[in-house]
Design a protein around this ligand. Structure first.
Ligand code: NZQ
Ligand code: ZN
Length: 390
């Protein structure tokens, strides 16, 4: 196992009705002047907006609001949020929504106490050292931003979708009420489940040896998702299934499964280029890329793919031909993604073959390779993208 540090200070309040605790939690973590940040309207439709604003008013907390975060959140709204925070002396941002709203809130939190352009953080020109406090009420199990130090923003003018991270961006608290996810359309539920599984895969596919504890944690989350996702698609109001998925989403990405091991992240970075150009739902883009990445790296580094097949998908090991076992694991993953309604090709997500060179160039920037499980060159990346053109 590699040396590591692990700092995960978020206070989680999990369960039915937990959103009513938001005002107390804001005060407990030092907030008095709040920016309420949310997305495109699902929280108004579900009645959550009325409950949250009602409870903030009842507690006598000052708040201003900024809605309109779009999936794959954009820089334009972040600039607006920073202005609003500065003008109103905001000291706490309450993000109510999914990964996009939380990531936008984290960007505003960092940008509000920074003299330069907040995009410096995403362009690698500055490091986030301080930020306003952020709390979340999560409405979709997917990105894991409720427990992660990460934020991903799309710069509209350049169509660059880039991430950055800092421990000071980890939410002070996250309210996780699985009931709030029951209103999700099936496609969003499935895309969220795919994202959760791929967050685990990015950590599972590692060259670090003797990491049994994190291997087993990863396998437990993957098996849970394989069991619970079809169940929740059949029974959208199944609280227990929603609850298991919601906690799996947090565990998949707060790095408890990735501590002490090399991680990959090629699939994510390849997907971010797709969502930057075509505004693809992140999990759907991953459903296209990740199995193709697995197929591509199979010849070069099969070991972990064999474990994935045997331990996660219950494929019998063919000791004479372990690659065949690994391939059966990839096929099982592909069948699962199809069953839950996820795409598998460029065509299904509106991506274009002629943009492959541009995406590869944007992805690599000054780097020579991408990923770690197998270090992928420009040529490799092009081949993986091309294999999505059916
Ligand atoms: O905007 P509203 O109206 O709320 O609708 C949203 C949105 O259309 C809807 N939705 C959310 N909760 C709902 C609901 N609809 C009905 N009922 C509910 N309870 O779902 C849609 C997707 O929401 P979004 O926030 O975009 O989803 P997700 O959580 O998947 O976030 C995706 C973003 O997170 C980034 C992705 O790249 C993408 O930009 N990621 C962030 C990470 C992080 N910060 O750690 C890691 C991830 O790998 C990922 O890259
Ligand atoms: Zn993701």
């Amino acid at each position: 196992m590699d040396n590591f540090t692990f700092y995960s200070p978020t206070y989680f309040d999990f369960g039915k009705g937990s959103e009513s605790h938001a005002p107390q939690l804001i005060q407990r973590f030092g907030g008095s002047r709040v920016l309420l940040h949310y997305g495109g309207g699902s929280i108004k439709k579900s009645g959550l907006y009325d409950r949250v604003t009602g409870s903030l008013k009842k507690a006598g907390l000052f708040f201003v609001e900024l809605g309109g975060v779009k999936p794959n959140p954009r820089s334009g709204l972040v600039y607006e949020g920073i202005e609003l925070c500065k003008k109103n002396n905001i000291d706490f941002i309450l993000a109510v929504g999914g990964g996009s709203t939380i990531d936008s809130a984290k960007a505003i939190a960092a940008g509000s106490v920074y003299d330069g352009d907040f995009m410096d953080f995403y362009k690698g020109r500055a490091v986030i050292e301080k930020a306003l406090a952020v709390g979340t009420i999560l409405t979709i199990a997917a990105a894991g931003s409720e427990g992660s130090p990460n934020t991903v923003i799309t710069h509209e003018e350049t169509q660059m979708k880039k991430g950055t991270k800092s421990d000071c961006l980890r939410p002070r608290f996250s309210i996780l009420n699985p009931e709030l996810t029951c209103t999700l359309p099936p496609y969003q539920t499935a895309a969220g489940a795919t994202d959760i599984m791929v967050h685990v895969c990015e950590r599972y596919f590692s060259n670090t040896k003797e990491v049994e504890i994190t291997d087993r944690l990863c396998e437990a989350i993957l098996k849970t998702m394989i069991y619970e996702t079809p169940r929740v698609l059949e029974e959208p109001d199944n609280y227990e299934a929603r609850a298991n998925i919601m906690w799996a989403g947090m565990l998949a990405h707060n790095n408890v499964c990735g501590a002490g091991r090399e991680q990959d992240w090629a699939s994510h970075h390849m997907e971010h280029e797709l969502s930057a150009l075509y505004d693809v739902t992140h999990g759907a883009g991953l459903a296209v890329i990740t199995p193709l990445w697995m197929r591509y790296v199979l010849d070069k580094n099969p070991d972990k793919l064999v474990s994935f097949a045997v331990r996660v998908w219950n494929i019998d090991l063919n000791a004479e031909n372990p690659k065949e076992t690994a391939l059966m694991g990839i096929e099982a993953f592909e069948r699962f993604l199809k069953r839950i309604g996820m795409p598998s090709s460029f065509e299904e997500i509106g991506a274009k073959k002629e943009d492959i060179a541009l995406m590869t160039e944007k992805l690599l920037g000054n780097k020579k390779t991408e990923g770690n499980y197998v270090k992928l060159t420009e040529e490799d990346l092009v081949k993986i993208y091309e294999s999505a053109v059916k």
